[in-house]
Design a protein around this ligand. Structure first.
Ligand SMILES: Nc1nc2c(ncn2[C@@H]2O[C@H](COP(=O)(O)OP(=O)(O)OP(=O)(O)O)[C@@H](O)[C@H]2O)c(=O)[nH]1
Ligand SMILES: [Mg+2]
Length: 227
């Protein structure tokens, strides 16, 4: 059976320094692994030319109403059509060349596959010490305890799932907590899940993450939703 079409989805808010390389790598990977794929960018009103760069490189750019990581994914996934969906940040911090590992896991029968940066190697200066030592491990542990999720890095921005799994999960979070919501819903639905080690590189443009605001939103989300 041929591999189903892959939709690579990139959320973007002013990532002109890196989005082009992400898209070029994606096309190269699709070609070299004989995958049929599309690249869809969910753009929340970037003003640095990112959508133009993405469009020129053959990505479909979806203009998103309002801000938010989850919001960007919800709009872009809706506009995509592949049976396999792969998520990756457009800030150059993830290894787009790892995409085939995620696709192969879906092909072998998994519904939901999350990267693990702690096992894949967090490069120097890629993640602030407090996020690496406390924030991410703590949130992942809470998600695991509350939902039975197998993900040890539930904030990892490289993950994949089938369209069928996505429709069953039916996530709604508009902000960064979208990542946690997916892990919780996947576990609660009893989806067949696994994790794949993947490296994490430093970003070049300023982070969109606001530690206090996003940390608090995530904690509140897990406490309310994860019960
Ligand atoms: N469309 C859209 N994308 C966003 C928004 N906020 C963040 N993003 C994108 O979502 C991805 C994740 O945001 P980041 O700022 O990299 O957050 P992070 O990966 O948790 O933090 P870093 O480790 O500092 O990179 C990036 O590709 C951003 O461009 C938003 O409001 N709208
Ligand atoms: Mg990032």
């Amino acid at each position: 059976m041929p591999t189903p079409t892959v939709s690579l989805i990139l959320p973007c808010l002013n990532e002109a320094a890196t989005i082009g390389k992400c898209i070029e790598t994606a096309w190269k990977v699709f070609r070299s692994h004989h995958l049929k794929g599309e690249v869809v960018v969910g753009d929340c009103g970037s003003t640095d030319g990112s959508p133009e760069i993405a469009g020129k490189l053959g990505a479909r750019v979806v203009g998103v109403d309002g801000l938010g990581y989850g919001n960007a994914y919800l709009s872009a996934i809706q506009a995509s059509s592949g049976r396999f969906i792969v998520m990756v940040d457009s800030d150059g911090t993830y290894e787009v060349n790892d995409l085939p590992k995620f696709v192969r896991a879906l092909e072998s029968g998994y519904d939901y596959v999350v990267g693990n940066r702690f096992k894949g190697g967090i490069k120097p200066n890629a993640m602030p010490f407090l996020h690496q030592a406390i924030g991410n491990p703590l949130l992942s542990l809470m998600v695991k305890l509350m939902s039975g999720s197998k993900a040890n890095d539930s904030y990892c921005g490289l993950r994949a799932f089938t369209r069928d799994a996505f429709e069953r999960m039916n996530p709604r979070a508009k902000g960064m907590e979208f990542a946690l919501e997916l892990c919780i819903r996947a576990a609660r639905l009893g989806l067949k899940e696994t994790e794949i080690p993947t490296p994490y590189y430093p970003r070049r443009a300023p982070s969109k993450l606001r530690t206090i605001r996003d940390g608090w939103r995530s904690l509140r989300f897990v406490l309310l939703f994860g019960r």
